[in-house]
Design a protein around this ligand. Structure first.
Ligand code: CDP
Length: 239
């Protein structure tokens, strides 16, 4: 049972664990905004790659900080895919940011403090009125620490690699299981050990292992959690 109350839903977890699929489906069902925060980090990585701001996999932090004011990111709805595409300085880069070369460069870029500060501020603005489902690595811990519902999602690395490989193959992007698995393990390590906003499961986040769940199964389970939150909200004036 849904009420008029529009809550904030934060979904965090490891690479390719089904977060975005879940976030998108939840947002559609609830009539909320869906934001894939990882797309924004990928957009910054693409800009840095194009402007030689990453050398041999190492980001040039000072130059990136200077360039940040020239990076404009926005999401625009694409009716044919029923998704919001990422635009980098008014260019649709939705396909480009999903390429393996961007996946290889994004996590080092996402360790940079000034990059995170810029994107977190933009994400918080997008969610200031609630009614949003955002997925990423630091959504429940940093972006929306007061989110009414926090989910922490994972699945085994092999299952995650299989899913990502399938996604890439369907898009016609060449990739191998070995490379995809290596990339996601590397990103998991960087994301969970970095100093700035590492990926953590906050105490108040509900844990979902999607290894044996279909997209419908993970949606059903999450809707149950949403309903519980909305039920609790009815009894509280501050919710
Ligand atoms: O789709 P996948 O789970 O593989 O990754 P993504 O959500 O597109 O995020 C790409 C990368 O951006 C992650 O591996 C993180 O390094 C970074 N990221 C982050 O640091 N904080 C977020 N809120 C979202 C993504």
């Amino acid at each position: 049972m849904y009420t008029d109350k529009k809550i904030t839903i934060a979904i965090d977890g490891y690479s390719s664990c089904g977060k975005s699929t879940l976030a998108k489906a939840l947002a559609k069902r609830l009539g909320y905004i869906f934001i894939d925060s990882g797309a924004m980090y990928r957009g910054v990585a693409l800009y840095c790659m194009r402007h030689q701001l990453i050398l041999d996999g190492i980001p040039l932090t000072d130059q990136i900080e200077t360039a940040l004011s020239k990076i404009k990111l926005s999401f625009i709805y694409n009716a044919s895919t029923e998704k919001h595409d990422l635009y980098l300085n008014d260019e649709n880069v939705e396909e480009l940011i999903r390429m393996p070369d961007v996946a290889s460069n994004v996590s080092p870029i996402a360790t940079i403090k000034c990059v995170r500060e810029k994107l977190v501020a933009e994400q918080q603005k997008m969610g200031e009125f609630g009614g949003i489902v955002m997925d990423g690595r630091d959504i429940g811990s940093v972006v929306f620490p007061n989110a009414e519902l926090k989910l922490f999602v994972t699945a085994s690395p092999e299952i995650r690699a299989e899913r990502r490989l399938k996604e890439l193959t369907q898009k016609g992007i060449p990739a191998t299981f070995k490379d995809v698995l290596a990339n996601l393990k590397e990103r998991d390590l960087i994301d969970s050990t970095r100093i700035e906003s590492p990926l953590i499961q906050t105490k108040d986040a509900l844990f979902i292992d999607t290894s044996n769940l279909t997209p419908e199964g993970q949606l059903k389970l999450s809707l149950k959690f949403v309903n519980q939150v909305l039920e609790n909200c009815k009894d509280k004036t501050n919710c």
